[in-house]
Design a protein around this ligand. Structure first.
Ligand code: ATP
Length: 372
């Protein structure tokens, strides 16, 4: 096992306006499960491929443990990769697929069989060792691909969207299995996904990327509670955080008829460069519905456009009028929905449950640390 360090690693493809990955600085600890997450095209697969040696590094360097691997061929990096399409050999059995890399490395047959047997036991594949991929389910194929990585006992596992070919239910099951397996083996793992729920539930830490640039690195809890900018705020959390651009008043901001007093430092930073607005973030679950009879309590007035009833919580897709603008707002309320399309609703939010960002730069403003 080993740590992984990206040091200003950069990859520029010809013809692209900006690097696919730009000055990536990321230190992954020995044994850590790090998830690279971001929307399509943000550079996460390129980062992983640079670490695997499948993509050139134009500037900067990459280390695995103490060894600089920036320009080493993939076979000399002691890594094992699990791809989205599994890349199993169709004519080989499960056992042969799992043992293939060991055979190539000329491992003695007995040891190879033992390693395959052990990995099959871990992955619950003992009964499928003689089957070929076409007679395995999607989930079983995925486990064979994992098995092929495990038997090599590499220093680092690299996984590129390994669950994307599975149906929704199997994805949920398998993501738990992979996370449990990683902890059991203790192998440093770098895992790429565009799915923020996968990132939040699987990783020890996540690295959020956009347009080739690292936006934030932290534990799921840290990133959720303190998103570094409006991009991370909108990307992590489902449904997404509501973001409102609001005029700054003497002591805070007004959201509908609600006055939210904000810390002095927040307001001072928000006003940097003469800015008169800030971006206020409210997660859907942080709104509280006011009682319909209570028209005295200040709040934000909403009109319900659509209701999603999941059984345990209701998501209300609504519209608010802020100044002259009609703004979409998502509210999550516990229990079964009591509102329908076209209904009016007034919600409130506590000042310590909001996130504040600079309207100019999108960066998080100081002293806004809501307890999520
Ligand atoms: P996805 O989730 O869609 O796979 P990603 O975040 O993994 O996206 P990358 O595959 O790393 O993104 O691509 C980053 C950027 O680099 C994209 O704009 C992509 O079009 C570009 N890119 C990737 N590979 C190449 C290549 N071989 N040649 C030219 N451009 C490339």
């Amino acid at each position: 096992m080993a740590s992984v360090t990206f040091d200003k690693a950069t990859r520029c493809f010809p013809g692209m306006a900006h690097p696919a990955v730009c000055d990536l600085d990321l230190a992954i600890a020995d044994g850590e499960f790090m998830v690279l997450v971001g929307p399509s095209g943000c550079g996460k697969s390129t980062s992983l491929r640079m670490l695997a040696g499948l993509e050139e590094v134009d500037r900067g360097s990459i280390r695995i443990g103490d060894q600089e691997v920036t320009h080493l061929p993939p076979k000399d990096r002691d890594i094992a990769m699990v791809f989205q399409n599994y890349a199993l050999y169709p004519h080989m059995t499960t056992a042969a697929n799992m043992g293939f890399a060991l055979k190539m490395a000329r491992m003695p047959k007995d040891r190879m069989r033992e390693r395959v047997r052990e990995a099959a036991a871990i992955l619950d594949l003992q009964d499928y060792l003689d089957r070929k991929p076409k007679s395995l389910s999607g989930g079983q194929r995925q486990r064979v691909a994992m098995g092929r990585a495990i038997v090599r006992e590499p220093q680092v596992f690299l996984m590129d969207e390994p669950l994307s070919n599975l149906d929704a239910k199997l994805r949920v099951q398998t993501r738990t299995q992979i996370a449990v397996l990683q902890r059991r083996l203790g192998t440093t793992t770098v895992y790429v996904t565009h799915d923020q729920v996968e990132a939040m539930t699987m990783g020890d830490r996540l690295a959020v990327m956009k347009d080739g640039l690292l936006q934030q690195v932290g534990t799921p809890k840290e990133v959720f509670a303190h998103p570094a900018n409006t991009f991370v705020a909108g990307f992590i959390g489902s449904p997404a955080m509501n973001l409102f651009r609001l005029p700054i008043t003497a002591d805070g901001v007004r959201l509908g008829s609600l006055t939210l007093a904000l810390p002095h430092d927040t307001l001072r930073a928000a006003g940097t460069g003469g800015a008169t607005e800030l971006t206020l973030g409210v997660r859907p679950e942080r709104f509280e519905a006011l009682s319909p009879e209570d028209l005295e309590t200040p709040g934000l007035d909403l009109v319900v456009d659509a209701v999603e009833d999941t059984g345990s919580v209701a998501y209300l897709h609504t519209t608010a009028k802020l100044g002259q603008d009609l703004v979409p707002v998502v509210v999550r309320l516990p229990g079964r929905p009591t509102h329908g399309k076209g209904d009016a609703l007034r919600v409130a939010v506590r000042p310590d449950a909001v996130h504040c960002f600079s309207a100019a730069t999108g960066l998080r403003l100081p002293d806004t640390a809501p307890a999520e």
